[in-house]
Design a protein around this ligand. Structure first.
Ligand code: BGC
Length: 723
């Protein structure tokens, strides 16, 4: 965070001089209003605590009236009149829900990422919120981990671009503006690498992996001037992040230059006791404060423990003041002292809300990934008369929200059935769930399969309930839950016998392990959790109104045993060799993913050619242009996405097989061609040397450009790095 202006710094010092210990600890405390859906629920007791200065910040308060009332108590009835931070998990929209983060990442479009964050900030600010616990920047190569849905997927490069875009979107050009909110980059650091994908489990990654993979998105957030950072719940090689002075004060503050607020995760300070590193709240509070955590989210450890720790001399008042100073600086930066009621002052108008829903539909359509499309089963014929819509997610508008829905009511979501009926008014859309999302009941399968008879196409909506991904939703069996496979097989059999195409749509927060479905369905789509316009967006894709352009930001494994599977793996001294068995491979499964990173089909047919790298030899300060010709040989206008990877041919540290350095998009009419230019600053090609310091090694680098991380589809060029 930018250092405060001199007059702000003086004002902060004056305030701190006047503050009692309780008032100081109040500023370091954030308590939950215990309600994320409707109305004020903060108890009289908590309101009293705001009045007395014991609570200086809130989370989970929804509604402008409630927020204003709590802010009024703080500003007008507390002794020092310090306004509250009011935080909420505004993750992918507030009232209007855009696709869940991983789905939005599938757009590979930083401008769109910033735009949805801007719109979410506007809506949240109109509700009196001034802080969001987003973006989540935890790189995940682990489909078992439920929180994969909340983040950037497997690539640190994507994580960096996402960080910049989201921070810019939430915070706007001026954080003090009434429609800007403070962004909290979370969860620092390595949370995505929990052991075996099990939620809250231990993380133990090498320093190299930490620095190459997990830290860079946070570094980008800091460079984008993010207001706050949240440490993760997990430990890193035995040291819980909430107490990790080396990571928080060392890496984050000293090395990355972060000057903003560190806000703990929910109850995380008290959980240091369960981690086994603190005996009681006093020790827990001491460890967290000393590690650099400024705000205690809900555990009460700072309020209860720090007075004792201070008395014992375990912490100093200077350390407490340092944290208070940062919190007050953020409140000033948010303009809360000047205008505590600015956010929440004006209700949003109907046309802004309608515009936002149109945006939600467009973004949702672009987030959908067409994984396969045999015999061009999609788009559906325009004149279709009879469509069978089967599956437990076909008419579940509430589930389309995904695991974070903030203030979005289930009734405000459009499900697939409603979306298709409105998009195909001439067609009869027959519907049956067949089975529940989970559970053993198979009694509806036969009747559902009968809907195939006489249908011209079948759309099969399968996948996870919203609560099966997100926090505390790790899955050891990340396939289709319940009896969905039985339903799908019955439908595929019945439709197959009559050569009726079956389009399978997967709603999920992670890649699902469904090789059997990929093999049998005529078309397969990953729809993630598309948000409030799910039905309309999916209809746009199925009917061909929008040509799919989403790309998977995470590799889809074909078997659980392959996890973790990602494009940035290192080679082996014994890569696969058809001639010999002593190779890095499984004896019972291929090494290949079901779908590689970046995979996604369109309704066009693209050909890439003529890769040019200029100049062919460059120095650290140069920027290289990578050009490729793209032609749409298909019969429909579509947008192609092109990835720019590199491979260092020789390095002292074994290089990853592919490193991502850019993404470009080009929309072309049938028969049209164009040239895509991607810019590659040579400094980006630095890697960590033997000493873990960034370095640019002279030598040859392969430039690999193509529609996904599938090595077979990449065009190759060369770049020579010279000193
Ligand atoms: C989650 C955070 C979230 C916080 C506040 C925690 O359980 O890990 O991501 O921001 O709750 O809701």
């Amino acid at each position: 965070m930018r250092t405060s202006k001199p007059q702000d710094a003086r004002r902060i010092d004056t305030l701190i001089e006047r503050m009692s210990l309780t008032e100081k600890l109040g500023q370091l405390t954030m308590m939950a209003a215990s309600h994320t859906v409707t109305g004020p629920v903060i108890t009289g007791h908590s309101s009293d605590d705001i009045r007395s200065g014991r609570i200086g910040n809130l989370l989970n308060l929804i509604g402008a009236t409630a927020a204003r009332e709590m802010q009024r108590i703080a500003v007008e009835e507390s002794r020092l009149g310090i306004p509250l931070l009011i935080g909420l998990d505004v993750i992918h929209g507030h009232r209007t829900l855009f696709p869940a983060p991983l789905g939005e990442v599938a757009l590979f479009d930083p401008q769109a990422w910033a735009l949805t964050a801007r719109e979410a900030a506007r809506e949240a600010a109109a509700d009196g919120i001034n802080m969001t616990f987003a973006p989540m920047l935890d790189v995940s190569r682990e489909p078992r981990w439920g929180r994969t849905i909340e983040g950037p997927g497997e690539s640190p490069w994507v994580g960096r671009r996402l960080a910049e875009a989201k921070v810019r979107g939430f915070q706007g050009a001026d954080l003090a503006a009434a429609d800007s909110i403070a962004s909290v980059a979370k969860h620092f650091c390595g949370y995505g690498a929990v052991t075996a994908g099990r939620e809250y489990a231990s993380v133990d990654v090498s320093d190299r992996t930490l620095l190459e993979v997990h830290v860079p998105p946070f570094a980008a957030a800091v460079d984008a001037d993010v207001a706050a950072v949240m440490p993760s719940f997990t430990d890193l090689a035995g040291i819980p992040m909430t107490a990790h002075a080396g990571m928080l004060r060392g890496r984050l503050r000293r090395e990355l230059g972060f000057e903003g607020v560190l806000v703990s995760d929910y109850n995380a300070i008290a959980e240091l006791i369960k981690h086994g590193v603190a005996a009681d709240l006093v020790e827990a509070a001491t460890l967290a404060l000393r590690a650099g955590v400024d705000i205690d989210m809900v555990s009460g450890a700072y309020l209860e423990g720090l007075p004792v720790a201070l008395e014992r001399g375990d912490v100093s008042i200077a350390e407490i003041d340092e944290a208070v100073r940062r919190v007050l600086a953020l409140k000033m930066r948010l303009g809360l002292f000047e205008n505590p009621y600015g956010r929440g002052a004006t209700a949003e108008n109907a046309s802004a809300i309608a515009g936002r829903r149109r945006l939600a539909r467009d973004i949702a359509a672009r987030s959908i990934v067409l994984l396969s499309n045999r015999d061009e089963a999609l788009p559906l014929a325009g004149a279709i008369r009879r469509l069978a819509l089967i599956g437990p997610l076909a008419d579940e508008p509430g589930e389309m929200r995904g695991p974070w829905w903030c203030a979005a009511e289930p009734e405000a979501q459009t499900g697939v059935l409603a979306g298709l009926r409105s998009a195909l008014p001439q067609a009869q859309v027959l519907h049956a769930a067949g089975v529940g999302i989970a559970g053993p009941d198979e009694s509806g399968i036969a009747a559902a399969a009968e809907l195939c008879d006489g249908a011209e196409a079948v759309v099969l909506c399968l996948g996870e309930a919203a609560t099966m991904s997100g926090e505390a939703a790790s899955r050891a069996h990340p396939g289709l839950p319940g009896r969905q496979r039985e339903l799908a097989e019955a439908v595929l059999r019945r439709a197959g016998a009559k050569a009726i195409p079956v389009v399978a749509v997967l709603f999920s927060g992670r890649p699902l392990i469904v090789p059997w479905l990929a093999e049998q369905a005529s078309a397969l789509l990953a729809a993630w959790f598309p948000g409030c316009e799910a039905g309309g967006a999916l209809a746009d894709i199925l009917t061909g109104c929008t040509s799919p352009s989403g790309r998977t930001p995470i590799t889809w494994p074909r078997a659980i045993g392959q996890i973790p599977l990602y494009f940035g793996q290192r080679s082996s001294g014994r890569p696969i060799d058809p001639a010999g068995p002593f190779a890095s491979r499984y004896i019972d499964e291929s090494n290949e993913p079901l779908f590689p990173f970046g995979h996604g089909l369109t309704f066009g047919r693209f050909n890439l050619s003529g890769l040019r790298v200029t100049p062919e030899s460059a120095r650290a300060a140069d920027s290289v242009e990578v050009r490729v010709d793209v032609e749409n040989r298909g019969g429909r206008r579509a947008e192609e996405t092109v990835f720019l990877f590199t491979r260092r041919l020789k390095s002292r540290v074994a290089p990853p097989l592919l490193e991502l350095h850019g993404v470009g998009k080009i929309a072309l009419d049938p028969g049209a061609h164009g040239t895509l230019t991607l810019h590659l600053p040579v400094a980006e090609l630095r890697s960590l040397g033997l000493d873990l310091q960034p370095q640019l090694e002279p030598g040859a680098i392969e430039i690999l450009v193509g529609p996904s991380a599938d090595p077979a589809a990449l065009l190759a060029g060369r770049l020579q790095i010279v000193e």
